[in-house]
Design a protein around this ligand. Structure first.
Ligand SMILES: NC(=O)c1ccc[n+]([C@@H]2O[C@H](COP(=O)([O-])OP(=O)(O)OC[C@H]3O[C@@H](n4cnc5c(N)ncnc54)[C@H](O)[C@@H]3O)[C@@H](O)[C@H]2O)c1
Length: 446
């Protein structure tokens, strides 16, 4: 039976807002506290500050059980459980920046009733012990501590929260474990009950392993290009092995986003700070960095020097289904292209890169973005790009060249449609000779 509780959530970002709305859907009363007054005001007006499919409807449906505030006292008033869902970005050293977490700990008022403080932010192993010590030093001994890492992925966040593979609860106190486990009553998922350190490590190790799979298949893709194999067929054949599974075996231009890069770096640094050189993770990171740049080499192969060329980057967010631009490969690609002297034209259905990429020109439609371009690069596999290789696009482009950074298109169809097509880890066949594959003469100076 579900015991409905009053939950305070600190941080109304991708994780806090989704978790808060989902807990409300499960019947709990949730107060979301954020430090950004504009964000809180927008939420009160029913405006959702991030793009996440289904979130707006979920928040609207649970309005009666959702409150938004900037006020700590209002948030924790009568709360049984206080969730921490603030950002933990990387520092210059690659460690996790826990300053927002410490602010929450410092802000916690003395309460006359027992609460459970739950860490949903991704934090390095050992953070729980430090938080426990800080709480005790402040005399907050009636505050329990639980690690309950979040595994949702942007773009599918609601489904991931409501249908998780597992719920991880790490605590020193069995009663606190059960309090947090019971919040999830109604969800059909195994609960992993463990200690705080192990719960923290489950999250870090999971992200590190997923990233390792991506870098692994990307290296296989790079070898496939040299030996004439197709990585999409290779990944399919590998993925059917039940010991391997098919997830995270899609070759492309590397991972990005707000989690993988920083979490892997944090684990590598954690190991280093603890006296262990995590060699495998160093390679995973390096492979990913190089992978983002492989598109530049492919463009140079087709276009020669890039100075004066126009390249359309299609998709900017780090993956489809989100407007999140944190560590998006598009940023690295655009910067490299601009440094090579190319003009960068961009399109994305939801992400706005005008501040991050002021020298690129962002267009509202794919058609406008590719008009006159020497190449179109699929950077993010938005569904709207699945029919990119159509005659209208070919005729609009200055040169009908598609570099498919996500292996979204069917190579044969793209080539049959008159495009010079190159994916990642797929055999490239030179287009049949024609006097000039440009639709238009080159502009002066090329
Ligand atoms: N985004 C994801 O897909 C994802 C998935 C799993 C885990 N995580 C982890 O969850 C945590 C949050 O990530 P996010 O993507 O939601 O971050 P985010 O940047 O979208 O949101 C963080 C929010 O916390 C707010 N905040 C900062 N200090 C605060 C304070 N003292 N009190 C209340 N609010 C405060 C910020 O204003 C912001 O709105 C991170 O540790 C991240 O690694 C993220």
């Amino acid at each position: 039976m579900v015991t409905n509780r009053r939950i305070a959530v600190f941080g109304a970002g991708y994780v806090g807002l989704v978790s808060g709305a989902c807990f409300a859907e499960l019947g709990h009363h949730v107060v979301l506290r954020d430090v950004l007054p504009g964000r809180v005001e927008a939420l009160r007006n029913g405006e959702i500050p991030i793009y996440e499919p289904g979130l707006e409807e979920l928040v609207a449906r649970n309005r009666d059980r959702l409150e938004f505030t900037t006020d700590v006292a209002v948030a924790v008033q009568g709360a049984d459980v206080v969730y921490v869902a603030v950002g933990t970005p990387p520092t210059y050293s690659g460690d996790a920046d826990l300053s927002a977490v410490w602010t929450v700990i410092d802000e916690l008022p003395r309460l006359d009733h027992r609460i459970v403080l739950v860490m949903k932010s991704t934090v390095p192993v050992g953070t729980g012990a430090k938080v426990r010590a800080a709480l005790d030093a402040r005399g907050l001994t009636n505050v329990g501590y639980v690690a309950n890492p979040e595994f949702l992925a942007e773009g599918t966040a609601l489904r991931d929260f409501m249908h998780p593979d597992r719920i991880v609860v790490g605590a020193a106190d069995a009663a606190d474990t059960e309090t947090v486990a019971s919040l999830h009553s109604g969800l059909d998922a195994p609960v992993v009950r463990t200690d705080v350190n192990s719960a923290e490590m489950i999250k870090m190790a999971s992200n590190a392993f997923l990233s390792t799979r991506i870098s692994f298949i990307n290296e296989i893709a790079n070898v496939c290009e040299l030996v004439g194999a197709d990585v999409t067929a290779v990944a399919e054949g590998m993925g059917l092995d039940h010991r391997l599974g098919s997830h995270f075996l899609k070759a492309g231009i590397g991972y990005g986003g707000s989690c993988f890069p920083k979490d892997i770096s944090a684990l590598k640094q954690l190991a280093g700070n603890s006296g262990y050189h995590f060699q495998l993770l160093s390679s995973v990171i390096e492979v990913n960095e190089l992978q983002k740049r492989r598109v530049i080499g492919k463009l140079q192969k087709h276009l020669g020097g890039l100075r004066g060329t126009e390249v359309a980057l299609l998709g900017l967010s780090f993956k489809p289904g989100t407007d999140d631009m944190r560590e998006a490969p598009s940023l690295v690609l655009a910067s490299r292209l601009l440094a090579e002297g190319a003009g960068v034209r961009t399109w994305d259905p939801v992400a706005d890169a005008s501040e991050l990429l002021p020298s690129a020109r962002q267009f509202a439609t794919v058609e406008e973005a590719v008009e006159g371009a020497d190449a179109a690069v699929i950077v993010t596999e938005w569904p709207a790009l699945a029919d990119l290789a159509r005659p209208e696009i070919r005729d609009l482009m200055g040169r009908p060249l598609i570099i498919d950074g996500r292996n979204l298109l069917d190579p044969d169809k793209a080539r049959a449609g008159g495009f010079d097509y190159e994916g990642m880890g797929r055999p490239w066949t030179p287009p049949s000779p024609s006097p000039d594959r440009r639709n238009h003469p080159p502009p002066p100076g090329k």
